[in-house]
Every structure is written in C-alpha cells, then in structure tokens.
Design a protein around this ligand. Structure first.
Ligand code: HEM
Length: 146
C-alpha cells in the first residue's frame, strides 16, 4: 500500500511540475502579449488545478503512511522534529508548503474566473500561479527525488 502511494506521489510530481510551469508561462505570455483569453487558456488553468488537487489527495494519503513522517513515531515530539532537517522537511515544511502552493493555485483559478476581460484574467493567473510555482520549487525533497 505504502509503496504504491509513494510511487504514485513521486511520479505524479513530474506532471505537477510540468503542468504548473506550462500554466505559468502561458499566463505570463498572455499578459505580456495582451492577447485575447481563449477557451484553451481556461483549460490549461483548470487542468493545473485538477492535477495539483490530485497530488494533494496523494500527499494526504502518504502523510499518514510514510515512515518519513515522524509525528506518529513514539517518543518523537515537536522539538526533535524541528531540530532534525530531514524530519522537519517531510513532517512539516514539505506538506505545509505544498498545501500553500495548492491554495495559491486554487485562489488564482477562482479569482481569474470572476474577471471579465482578458488582461485581468491573465494577470491574476500570472501572479497566483507563479507564486504557487515558487512555493512548489522551494520545498520539494529534491535530493531524494532525483
Ligand atoms: C503540489 C503538491 C506536491 C508535490 C509536487 C509533491 C512532491 C513530492 C516529491 C517529489 C516527493 C519525493 C518523492 C520521492 O522521494 O520519490 C514527495 C514526498 C512526500 N510528500 Fe509530497 N508533494 C506534494 C504535496 C504533498 C502534500 C500535500 C503532502 C502531505 C499532506 C505531501 C507529503 C509527502 C510526504 C510525507 C513525502 C515523503 C514520502 C516518502 O518517501 O515516504 N506531499 N512529495
């Protein structure tokens, strides 16, 4: 069970990175070129939202099954977790930062939908998706993943 979820979470992360990066570039290009917002732009933003939300579900599942999450280990408390960089990354920093990423993407998606013209739509997507992408890059466990 753990191995399956771990593999799914690990491989799905490639898709999350590629799709989010693509959505960020698309939003920035749309904003800079002042072009019209098309159904295809909506699909890109929605697809990013779906892909990241699925990763959130996998992340929640792995949080409760991974031996790297120290919260459920006997005799390990907040102090020990915060002192150890690896334990802190898997138990606190990575989950928290990824939830922030997904929240930023969700806010960006719903705010951009309410805008009526192209430039504000692209601007909202560019701001929130870029911030989400930066948060994403900041706390991926790169050393164990690559
Ligand atoms: C955009 C969302 C996310 C991305 C891109 C992402 C990406 C990753 C990557 C690349 C790894 C390393 C996998 C490996 O070493 O093979 C990982 C591990 C992990 N992630 Fe995430 N993650 C996300 C969301 C979450 C969330 C929301 C949680 C918890 C609530 C979470 C919990 C974990 C845990 C516990 C591990 C360690 C798993 C293990 O190897 O035992 N992740 N994540």
């Amino acid at each position: 069970m753990y191995t399956t979820i771990q593999a799914a979470h690990s491989y799905w992360a490639y898709l999350v990175l590629i799709v989010t990066f693509f959505a960020v570039i698309n939003a920035i290009m749309g904003l800079v070129s002042k072009r019209e917002y098309k159904p295809q732009d909506f699909r890109i933003s929605l697809f990013t939202l779906i892909v990241t939300h699925l990763q959130l579900v996998l992340g929640m599942l792995i949080f409760f099954t991974s031996p790297l999450v120290a919260w459920f280990n006997e005799g390990v408390g907040m102090k020990e977790i915060m002192k150890d960089p690896t334990m802190r990354l898997y138990s606190v920093e990575h989950p928290l930062m990824m939830i922030i990423t997904i929240a930023l993407i969700t806010i960006g998606y719903s705010k951009h939908k309410k805008k009526l013209t192209s430039t504000p739509k692209f601007k909202t997507l560019a701001i929130f998706y870029t911030l989400g992408f930066i948060a994403l890059l900041s706390r991926i466990p790169w050393s164990s993943w690559f």
